[in-house]
Ligand binder design. Structure first.
Ligand SMILES: *[C@@H]1O[C@H](CO)[C@@H](O)[C@H](O)[C@H]1NC(C)=O
Ligand SMILES: *[C@@H]1O[C@H](CO)[C@@H](O)[C@H](O)[C@H]1NC(C)=O
Ligand SMILES: *[C@@H]1O[C@H](CO)[C@@H](O)[C@H](O)[C@H]1NC(C)=O
Ligand SMILES: *[C@@H]1O[C@H](CO)[C@@H](O)[C@H](O)[C@H]1NC(C)=O
Ligand SMILES: *[C@@H]1O[C@H](CO)[C@@H](O)[C@H](O)[C@H]1NC(C)=O
Ligand SMILES: CC(=O)N[C@H]1CO[C@H](CO)[C@@H](O)[C@@H]1O
Length: 827
């Protein structure tokens, strides 16, 4: 790329420089990351490659860039890449090199968080279950078996990325890498401080040995920090946190943009105002690199994604929604903030700074000065009152409660975190294919339970009730435990099973007698169900199912699943005493279901004749269903509405969309009844607010990525319905902006409205001044301005987007008192 000069000496110098010139030099000092000799203010966002499809990546990355992000961050998913020991998967959504190349092609930086323990609400925190089979293995402690496997995997990933020249020094996008994850949270709870300390120092040494040419970070490692890594912050807020050393920059690896969702919980929402407040305060207090966790949350496709009880949706209330749509006003409000912060990069990273509290520690002015210029932040942490702050120049600024004002010149407020100028979008689901009004044509086949209803055909026997993860190797959610007993005459009993979860079905002599699951993410539970034994041999078949393995906490990997030790008993119904304790009977084991072995989800030719038509059974447990459908036309994301189904797994054209469980109704929580962005947001306790979906199915809509669908040909959906449900209500929808609303506080402000995916504005419904009642999509209007309505209708109807300036004319003759303009349009 360099144009070579003809001067011999210069030529020599240039040639020497060229060797490095293709690469980017990455370092850091006490203020920030230093890239090619320049301090940089960096804004990053998490997008996890397996939680979307390769076809979605370019669009997600482009939207992130347009949202003002410099970098994309991702974890690396060990159990997805190495599902069986030394059998690797780098295909499709696991094509990590392709993902980083997309980031590079977009001209963005990347942050590589290898872990390989990643937490992430991901099955087993990303660690493969087969690790347990290695003798002497102790997870995340100083021991050879773990360290060897961790090093082998880390080296494999690093080498793969080096080979593709993905590190900054090689000209690639990766500027930072992470080893381990949130170890500081658990390290003193592992019952061996010395081993834990040795381990974390070993991690740092092993990482540094990899020679990646970019710095290594450890997030939330605030104690016992190894000398050659940067410790960083995770959390909803990060203004009170500072790194341990003064020669490292303040980095925020996870600013939670929302929260993940569990089957028993409603939807979490973190307001745009509160996230903006936390980001502004982070940069006010010397922050220099901030990452949104998540910027796009996505979907837990397949069974290895998702942690225990985590829904298939991993939407996270992120700036890009599960389907990749822009979430407004969150996306736009943060983009406006990024633009203002970027304009101040130089002064924030090079300027002198002074923090001044204004009468109360809740109110702080920070003034950055460089040469003759200055920049100011004013933060107001009061959650119940605005404050008037007078700066050095004598000017007074009103700062609303729980907000930060940014004045890039210390004179004019360019941004206030509580004042949203971006449109609010209401996403709507529209029926996908109008022709399918009578529902889909279904066929079905029963899961073949027969082989499991006698104790003949197991993989092996044991006179003991075994732990499930160790027994199944986590190759399936399901494990059969079967035994038999001789009985004289006919009698009634209660079957009592004590299990560590997560779900249990009990059969006696081929008949389903009970179902139970651990509610609310608890694990240990007891099932008691009446049973009748007949004379002679009686078969007891217990099917235990896991719903994602635990991913967090000290020694999470030791947490058992399944009917470990039981007891399993038959209790006399009259005396309430144990008649038979079956815990030490001869149990026969088999992991997985017949349909899993047959790969029924692939709808193979050999199975075609097995599908039955005619009347479709509903509410029948252990049933496979199949239907063909037309893909909705267009580009808008597609979802399947699975309301009416119980619990199971769904595939489209052989692609696993994840576990479904629309029969699980989200809890009623106080957070559904209060929503004020002011005050600390938390995922639990009183910090919970702005929740939606209490008492509703926790997830009824399931994402069907466009790349899983074929246009113009029939598509096949296969369901494995485990608990019993009604598939005839299943339908497909597209998701896009339905209503767009915006507000302009003052005359002169511009109001921009936009639809999505090429859809145009069909009408302007409200253009009013003053307080508007209701919510976007259902505004009832305040004081109508005919002039404003006419102006917006003329400028917007028939357009994908439009911008109109709020003028004095809108108020003239309207009789309205207030000048605040609210507009609502339909897409
Ligand atoms: C700062 O302002 C003074 C007076 O206006 C001017 O003489 C000087 O050159 C300025 N310095 C810089 C670095 O801009
Ligand atoms: C701040 O100043 C405005 C006038 O500029 C006034 O209306 C408001 O009451 C003041 N707020 C407080 C908390 O003093
Ligand atoms: C149930 O099993 C768990 C885990 O093995 C055990 O800790 C607990 O004591 C058992 N409870 C009963 C009531 O047997
Ligand atoms: C039966 O006994 C168990 C403990 O052995 C007790 O928990 C349970 O309440 C008893 N049930 C009845 C109906 O008495
Ligand atoms: C089952 O075997 C274990 C281990 O040998 C023993 O401790 C336990 O008492 C036995 N339980 C029954 C009901 O026999
Ligand atoms: C570093 C940090 O802010 N950690 C916080 C993350 O959020 C949890 C609760 O949501 C807090 O308990 C931590 O203190």
């Amino acid at each position: 790329m360099e144009r070579v000069s003809w001067q011999p000496l210069a030529l020599l110098l240039l040639a020497a420089a060229a060797a490095v010139a293709s690469g980017t030099e990455v370092g850091y000092d006490g203020r920030s990351m230093v890239i090619d000799g320049e301090r940089r203010l960096l804004i990053s966002g998490s997008i996890h490659y397996p939680r979307s499809t390769p076809e979605m990546w370019p669009d997600l990355i482009r939207k992130a860039k347009e949202g003002g992000l410099d970098a994309i961050e991702t974890y690396v998913f060990w159990n997805g890449h190495e599902p069986r020991r030394r059998q690797y998967n780098f295909e499709g959504s696991y094509d990590i090199v392709r993902f980083f190349k997309e980031v590079q092609d977009a001209g963005m930086y990347a942050i590589l968080r290898i872990g390989p323990y990643i937490c992430g609400e991901w099955n087993y925190g990303g660690l493969p279950a087969w690790l347990r089979d290695i003798s002497g293995m102790q997870f995340r402690m100083h021991n050879n078996p773990f360290e060897q496997e961790m090093e082998t995997f880390t080296t494999l990933i690093v080498d793969k990325l080096k080979e593709a020249k993905m590190f900054a020094g090689q000209g690639g996008p990766i500027i930072l890498s992470q080893i381990e994850n949130e170890y500081g949270n658990v390290m003193d709870k592992l019952n061996n401080d010395e081993s834990a300390s040795e381990y974390i120092h070993w991690c740092a040494a092993m990482a540094n040995k990899q020679n990646v040419g970019v710095p290594w970070i450890m997030c939330q490692q605030d104690q016992d920090v190894p000398p050659n890594v940067i410790n960083t912050c995770n959390g909803f807020y990060c203004h009170d946190w500072f790194p341990k050393r003064t020669d490292i920059p303040k980095i925020w690896t996870e600013n939670w943009t929302g929260w993940f969702k569990a089957w028993d919980k409603p939807d979490f929402h973190r307001s745009a105002e509160d996230i903006a407040f936390s980001v502004a305060m982070f940069f006010q207090t010397r922050g220099s690199l901030q990452n949104y966790y998540m910027y796009h949350g996505g979907t837990n496709f397949g069974r290895t994604s998702g942690g225990p009880y985590i829904t298939t949706s991993y939407d996270y209330d992120a700036p890009l929604d599960e389907y990749g749509n822009i979430r407004q006003p969150k996306y736009g409000h943060l983009k406006d903030l990024h633009n203002v912060l970027k304009s101040m990069e130089k002064i924030l990273l090079h300027g002198d700074y002074k923090d001044t509290t204004m009468g109360n520690t809740n109110v702080m002015v920070t003034k950055y000065t460089l040469d003759n210029s200055s920049a100011c932040f004013i933060s107001n942490k009061f959650d119940d009152k605005e404050v008037n702050v007078t700066l050095d120049d004598g000017a007074t600024h009103v700062v609303p409660a729980w907000s930060v004002s940014i004045l890039p010149d210390c004179k004019t407020v360019a941004y206030n975190s509580a004042k949203i100028k971006t449109q609010t979008s209401v996403m709507v689901k529209r029926p996908g294919v109008e022709t399918v009004t009578d529902g889909l044509a279904w066929s079905w086949m029963p899961e073949n339970l027969h082989p499991f209803m006698t104790d003949e055909k197991g993989n092996f026997r044991k006179n003991e009730l075994l732990e499930q993860i160790a027994t199944s190797g986590d190759q399936s959610d399901y494990l059969w435990y079967r035994t038999s007993l001789e009985h004289k005459g006919e009698s009634n009993y209660k079957l009592h099973v004590n299990t560590t979860g997560h779900e249990l079905y009990a059969f006696v002599n081929g008949k389903l007698v009970g179902r139970h699951y651990a509610p609310n993410g608890g694990f240990v539970f007891q099932m008691e169900t009446p049973v009748k034994l007949h004379s002679g041999k009686n078969y007891i078949s217990l099917l235990s199912a896991t719903i994602g393995l635990k991913n967090y906490g000290a020694l999470f990997e030791m947490m058992p699943a399944g009917i470990v030790g039981g007891p399993v008993k038959l209790v006399d119904t009259v005396t309430n005493t144990t008649a038979y304790d079956l815990s030490n009977s001869s149990w026969s084991y088999k992991a997985g279901l017949a349909g899993e072995y047959r790969e029924t989800h692939l709808d193979k030719a050999k199975d075609r004749s097995q599908w039955r038509g005619g009347t479709i059974p509903v509410h029948r447990p252990f049933t496979w269903y199949k239907a063909t459908f037309e893909a909705p036309t267009g580009e808008e994301p597609v979802v399947a509405d699975l309301l009416g189904l119980g619990k199971g797994v769904v595939w489209v054209n052989g692609n696993n969309l994840g576990r479904y469980w629309p029969s699980y109704v989200a809890a009623d929580m106080d957070g559904c009844r209060r929503c004020d962005y002011r005050g600390t947001f938390m995922a639990d306790g009183d910090g919970q607010k702005c929740l939606t979906g209490c008492n509703e199915p926790s997830q009824r809509f399931y994402h069907v990525p466009r790349s899983f669908l074929k246009a113009g040909e029939p598509n096949t959906m296969v369901l494995f319905e485990e608990a019993g449900g009604d598939p005839t209500r299943v339908s497909f929808h597209t998701v896009a902006v339905g209503a767009a609303c915006a507000e302009a506080a003052e005359v002169g402000d511009e109001v921009a409205l936009a639809c999505s995916h090429g859809r145009t504005i069909s009408s302007v419904d409200v253009a009013s001044l003053g307080v508007t009642r209701g919510k976007c999509g259902a505004y009832q209007g305040g004081c109508e301005s005919k002039a404003a309505l006419a102006a917006f209708t003329a400028a917007c109807v028939g357009k994908e987007s439009c911008t109109v300036r709020h003028t004095e004319d809108f108020r003239a003759g309207s009789g309205c008192d207030s000048g605040v303009l609210t507009v609502q349009a339909t897409c």
